[in-house]
Design a protein around this ligand. Structure first.
Ligand SMILES: NC(=O)c1ccc[n+]([C@@H]2O[C@H](COP(=O)([O-])OP(=O)(O)OC[C@H]3O[C@@H](n4cnc5c(N)ncnc54)[C@H](O)[C@@H]3O)[C@@H](O)[C@H]2O)c1
Ligand SMILES: *[C@@H]1O[C@H](CO)[C@@H](O)[C@H](O)[C@H]1NC(C)=O
Ligand SMILES: *[C@@H]1O[C@H](CO)[C@@H](O)[C@H](O)[C@H]1NC(C)=O
Length: 335
């Protein structure tokens, strides 16, 4: 069999806990395809290089057929060179007593620098997925710092929230998660996100029902369901004493695989993408999570869905949060 040329895939925060779950799936072909050879570029900060060496040893010990080369580094000019895909997981974590503004400032510095490195070293067709929080705003800063790469090639992860919503509905109905389609996550990846099931369909007892008809509990869908999805990250931290990693890695794989290979016919997914101000009354120049469909490595926002007053107010609230964060972050860009 003639194999294609290897693609170059960067994961940052490569010594961290999400990467530990993620790298194996990428390297074995779950994301870019079972016959696509891969060169993995692994970036972390200098003090983490010894840990990163351990991760590299383990990847080598997996003896994977598609993994052609592994490049661990703390240098952006090495990590971002000729990239086909970049998964930006590493960011500044909140430390004890750190002010929100200082945390945002530190992340603007990181994503400004990594955006500039994408601009300088990566392929112009690179697909960039931002995971490190605050994911939406970090993604916007990276995109602004790489002006010659189309803004459409930047997205941030809300697929974990999407998967959480799908699974909550599925468990409630007693069906597999794959029998639930077209949930939507709107807005920021935070507790103000709006998990919307007004267009969601559930396959149950031989037919496909609107979510509200399948669940038959409007109070739950408009109350505890939304709160559960919004607070899920915090609930995992409380239980595990660590943030979501296995499920985050799975969501990253789902997101990047859909960019690479498209979404299934008739299904949409949720992604934080660049808003031009032309969809659903969301202000322009924000990275906001929308329902999208993907074909030929291009996404399109699913247009024309009916939005009721309940949804409208929740979509506006999460947009307002992002606007405020953007303006603070952009002010830091200049300094
Ligand atoms: N969008 C989402 O749905 C979602 C879900 C889960 C976690 N997250 C976020 O993902 C990020 C990573 O989570 P984790 O659990 O793996 O954290 P972690 O602390 O285990 O790992 C993060 C790694 O990033 C590295 N890092 C920090 N700054 C870096 C930089 N400038 N360049 C390269 N590497 C750098 C750290 O050294 C560390 O090894 C966090 O910001 C977390 O909040 C997002
Ligand atoms: C948006 O979501 C991110 C990720 O959870 C969070 O860090 C950030 O604080 C949120 N923005 C605002 C303004 O609350
Ligand atoms: C990325 O940009 C290219 C043009 O360079 C475009 O053809 C492609 O559709 C974009 N990808 C996405 C995911 O939008």
């Amino acid at each position: 069999v003639l194999m294609s040329e290897p693609i170059r895939v960067l994961v940052t925060g490569a010594a961290g806990q999400i990467a530990y779950s993620l790298l194996f799936s990428i390297a074995k072909g779950d994301v870019f395809g079972k016959d696509q050879p891969i060169i993995l570029l692994l970036l972390d900060i200098t003090p983490m290089l010894p840990v990163l060496d351990g991760v590299v040893m383990e990847l080598q010990d997996c003896a994977l057929p598609l993994l052609r080369e592994i490049v661990p580094t703390d240098k952006e000019e090495v990590a971002f060179k000729d990239l086909d895909a970049a998964i930006l997981v590493g960011s500044m974590p909140r430390k004890e007593g750190m002010e929100r503004k200082d945390l945002l400032k530190a992340n603007v510095a990181i994503f400004k620098s990594q955006g500039a490195a994408l601009e300088k070293y990566a392929k112009k067709t690179v697909k960039v997925l931002v995971v490190g929080n605050p994911a939406n705003t970090n993604c916007l800063i990276a995109a602004k710092s790489a002006p010659s790469i189309p803004k459409e090639n930047f997205s941030c992860l809300t697929r974990l929230d999407h998967n959480r919503a799908r699974s909550q509905v599925a468990m409630r109905c007693g069906v597999p998660a794959t029998h639930v389609r077209n949930v939507i996550i709107w807005g920021n990846h935070s507790s103000t996100q709006y998990p919307d099931v007004h267009h969601c369909l559930v396959q149950m007892s031989g037919s496909e029902l609107a979510c509200f008809d399948a669940v038959k509990d409007d109070a739950w869908l408009k109350g505890d369901f939304i709160a559960t999805v919004q607070q899920r990250g915090a609930a995992v931290i409380k239980a595990r004493k660590l943030s979501s990693a296995m499920s985050a890695a799975k969501a990253i794989c789902d997101h990047m695989r859909d960019i690479w290979s498209g979404t299934p016919e008739g299904e949409f997914t949720s992604m934080g993408v660049y808003s031009t101000g032309n969809s659903y009354g969301v202000p322009d120049d924000l990275i906001y999570s929308f329902p999208v469909q993907i074909k030929d490595k291009s996404w399109k926002i699913v247009e024309g869905l009916a939005i009721n007053d309940f949804s409208r107010s929740k979509m506006d609230a999460t947009a307002a949060e992002l606007l405020e964060e953007r303006d603070t972050a952009v002010a830091f860009l200049g300094v």
